[in-house]
Write a protein that binds this ligand. Structure first.
Ligand code: NDP
Length: 280
């Protein structure tokens, strides 16, 4: 990806205009950050294809997207544990939208928030859902994205850059995303492939599932999912290499990781209420 200075970014059209009429897939859009991304994109006038497992929730999100001004909104339901379903979603986009400008990979399978329990089967299953389905969708979408000069947006986590306790299987899948997509970005640059890859590094966000899993254990205040969703979309539209939300906290932590990893590990361990963890 060419280096773009902040002066140039400031002169570019804003992300709402940039996404008007664009054809976008959002995965994991029945709740949380994915749902909020669907609403922002709808307000920007995009064509949407959203996906998750729960049909009834997707129908509600589609209805709301149409109210908010989406150029079109459709859904396809199924589980990303199955890579055939991941490929099917991309085929649906080809048929329903006639192409693709942005692929937003956001879904995650459920995992536990506790000490690693040694269940290798669970790690394998989570890798299928959180990692391999991302790979399968990307591979299937490449012809359409090449045609449009489009973007891939990958939603990851601080737990995909730094070791956090109590999310061992999840963290493994997020580190895998960084390896795959950062390496692929290099190959795109070498081959002059005009597809941007934006990796999104998020801290603790106030989605229902995250709050339920960790609110009483994690001492850091969560950031709002609506603003987080908008930052992800902006980063994708501007073809940024990585998005950090919230920027200052994440950037500072990543600097510490590279210069004082033991100190960062120590500071992270202090951010948990272990008594509450034991009650879970
Ligand atoms: P949610 O749990 O709110 O949403 C997860 C979405 O994935 C839902 O739409 C869910 O819908 C879908 N999903 C779950 N299992 C499957 C499956 N097997 N196949 C297909 N879809 C599935 O998550 P968040 O909004 O909190 O997280 C969104 C992204 O942000 C994730 O990538 C997460 O790692 C990242 N992130 C979140 C943080 C947070 O604190 N919230 C922190 C750091 C990163 P359904 O159940 O209907 O299938």
């Amino acid at each position: 990806m060419p280096l773009v200075s902040w002066h140039v970014l400031l002169l570019m059209p804003s992300s709402p205009e940039m996404l008007k009429g664009k054809r976008v897939i959002v995965t994991g859009a029945s709740s949380g950050i994915g749902e909020q991304m669907a609403y922002h994109l709808a307000q920007m006038g995009s064509h949407l294809l959203i996906t998750a497992r729960t049909e009834a929730k997707l129908q509600k999100v589609v209805a709301r997207c149409l109210e908010l001004g989406a150029a079109s909104a459709q859904h396809v339901s199924g589980s990303m544990e199955d890579t055939a379903f991941a490929e099917h979603v991309v085929k649906e986009a080809e048929e329903l939208l006639g192409g693709l400008d942005m692929l937003i990979l956001n879904h995650i399978g459920s995992s536990y928030f506790h000490y690693f329990d040694g269940d290798v089967g669970h790690v394998r299953k989570l890798l299928e859902t959180n990692f391999l389905s991302y790979v399968a969708m990307t591979v299937s979408a490449l012809p359409m994205l090449k045609e449009s000069g489009g973007s891939i947006v990958v939603v990851s986590s601080m737990a995909g850059k730094v070791g956090f306790p109590f999310t061992v299987p999840y963290s493994a899948t997020k580190f895998a995303l960084d390896g795959f997509f950062s390496s692929l970005r290099q190959e795109f640059a070498l081959q002059n492939t005009n597809i941007s890859i934006t990796l999104c590094i998020l801290g603790f966000i106030n989605t229902d599932s995250a709050m339920k899993a960790a609110a009483d254990v994690v001492l850091i205040p969560p950031a709002p999912k609506e603003e987080c969703a908008l930052e992800i979309i902006k980063g994708g539209a501007l073809r940024q290499r990585e998005v950090y939300y919230k920027y200052a906290t994440i950037k500072f932590s990543l600097l510490l990781r590279d210069w004082a990893a033991d100190l960062l590990d120590y500071l992270i361990r202090r951010e948990y209420n272990l008594e509450n963890l034991e009650k879970k």
